[in-house]
Ligand binder design. Sequence first.
Ligand code: 3HC
Ligand code: NAI
Length: 697
Amino acid sequence: MSDKIAYSRDGDIAVLTVQNPPVNALSHAVRAGLWAGMDQAESDDGVRAVLIVGEGRAFFAGADITEFGKPPLEPHLPDLINRIEASPLLVVASMHGVSLGGGLEVALGCHYRIAVPSARVGLPEVHLGLIPGAGGTQRLPRLTGVEPALEVMTTGRHVGAKAAHDLGIIDVIKDGDPGKNGLAYAQKLLKDGAGRRAVSEMPPPEPIDWDAAFEATLARSKGQISPAHCVRAVQASVEKPFAEGLKAERQIFYDLMQTDQRQGMIHAFFSERAVSNLPELKGVTPRGLQHIGVIGGGTMGAGIATAALLAGLEVTLLEMSAEAGQAARDRIERNLSGAVKRGKITPNQHDQILTHTLVVVTNYEKLHDVDLVIEAVFEDMSVKKKVFGELDCVCKQGAILASNTSYLDINEIAASTSRPADVLGLHFFSPAHVMKLLEVVVADKTAPDVTATGFALGKMLGKISVRAGVCDGFIGNRILSTYRTAADHMILDGASPYDIDAALEAFGFAMGPFAVADLAGLDIGWAVRKRKRAEGLDPRARDTHYADKLCEDGHFGQKTGKGYYDYAAGPKARVPNPDVLPLIEAERAAQGITPRSFTHEEIVRRYMASMVNEAAKVVGEGIARRPSDVDMTLLFGYGFPRYRGGPLKWADIQGLPELLNDIKGYAETDPYFWHPAPLLEQLVADGRTFDDLNKEG
Ligand code: 3HC
Ligand code: NAI
């Protein structure tokens, strides 16, 4: 038998213990071991029941995702589960930790299910671009009815033991050791004369309006197709005999396995876990973190303070005046009230945090014992340097000094202190207590344990932390500036902001770039344009001014009620602002441009090509360590559709030679903007992909 399954006997019960750390994924060796274990139990004299139990953290986390995309090896999971269910012995699953995907499907193939109260079950295959493919879509509806089963599999959510018991998925909940509980339960079932109980032999559930459910699920999934396919698989469970339904499920599962969406989602799954795994930090111990300082309690400072407070850290926030301090405290209180509403903290914790854990001050002396301080004052180098000068004077030795700047040079900030090794960038995204992305910006002199502490803080706050090097805008905002410029060029040449937003939302972005600009505030882009013009634009660069006029008239987007869109009817109204197109037309006329039309396809292609080209420069220059780090930055900070994996995964799937060709074609009319990234040219010349670079680590 495989070394992944331990076979033992306890009286008339055979115990199959799964040992495949860290999460008991159902790899080939595990499947083969379970099959052999069932064979052995059935031929072992005196055995009347089989107990399947997992060692370590989980029952089973599901199929082994690393095997996807490779030729499947026998025994296949659906066959194994059918074999378990068909056994003449009584088979019991004892569940703890998670039972997900194929893991829950194994449990559903067992005749009885017992779980500890902390156990969670689910069918999260949609998050991998798939549907349950080992009987889940056929057995779960027979136990729960169609609608609860569809809710569980189309959301992919984890269901707690109690709710799973209420739904009929788990028979018994019992606290204690899963092995002992399972044995006691199996013994009781034998004593009571309980018989085999196969879910596949239960009658199919009642039908629903399948087409309506398919359409509604498709509409909810924002371009992702696998949730709607769960509906068709469940439909088969109602309309076909079990074996036929299983075949229909398998066919959909295999079809989805061939899709770009499956590739994108699995790339996202592994990249999300790899992103904070930095070889340079192996063996480096982070500094201790208990007390955090925050300078400036505006939009970002208040959000950062909220995130830290929710993670149990003490926070001292410094503002310029008592009045500004009170405004900051009010912002944090609003954020924390939202956390109470969402059930993240209790009203009691809310009060405790505000009275004891948060201190708002106006005097730097109070920051002398903070372990790390994050500056989030106005985006102005001279103001930032003044703040860092004060911090340098008062903060204890070893304290880490961080800036949340969006674009400014962390090396310059670090050099203005006497301790550049303790300085780094910690770039949060708005709202900072909600958005998952954190760029940890490593400056030339940042000490390794300071970088490690940045990552440790990200983990404490539940963020996806990405290592970035110093440049204008780091990874995310630098790439954003480029694709926004590409969008502005298309506007000059004839596209409208509304066409561009529509094309990119259809591509899968949560919001198009102009709706995003309205949300973030048009003043941010205006400030960047003014700074770049002051630094001196290259004469070959195309510049756009129509948005400046909106800002000059006081229209900054949602916060002032008008920007590219008019928000008079509320923040979601998004009625095009009638002043915008005339401003654009005037600018085209002033620049002597005859507008042409753009298809949605061309808009997406140019926008994505500019994003990929800049991303390739960011990787080539070492600002991002790996292509997958860029992908995660765009996914978690910029609303890039997860099912496309990220811009560089998208580029690999499209084909790098074709993309490079397009870029060279665009360069014929604007060689300055469309300068091909050397890394992209190199990859094409070598016949390699971005993902090949990810594999190099
Ligand atoms: N296959 C292979 N590796 C897996 C895995 C799986 N199903 N699930 C987790 N892992 C790996 C992770 O990649 C990670 O590896 P690393 O340490 O090298 O980075 C390690 O196990 C630990 O995982 P996490 O860091 O995510 O640990 P957590 O404790 O935070 O989370 C978890 C554990 C809840 C199990 C989470 O990993 C998870 O959600 N896993 C995916 C579950 C899933 O999607 N199951 C369905 C699979 S598809 C399927 O079953 C098809 C079937 O219907 C035919
Ligand atoms: P904001 O204008 O909302 O807040 C700035 C706060 O800093 C104000 O409350 C102000 O009173 C305070 N402040 C100014 N000078 C100070 C000083 N010397 N000492 C103490 N407090 C001082 O600005 P916002 O949006 O919070 O931005 C702050 C920083 O975060 C900027 O560097 C910005 O580029 C960056 N950032 C902003 C993002 C956003 O979406 N708004 C996203 C990521 C980073």
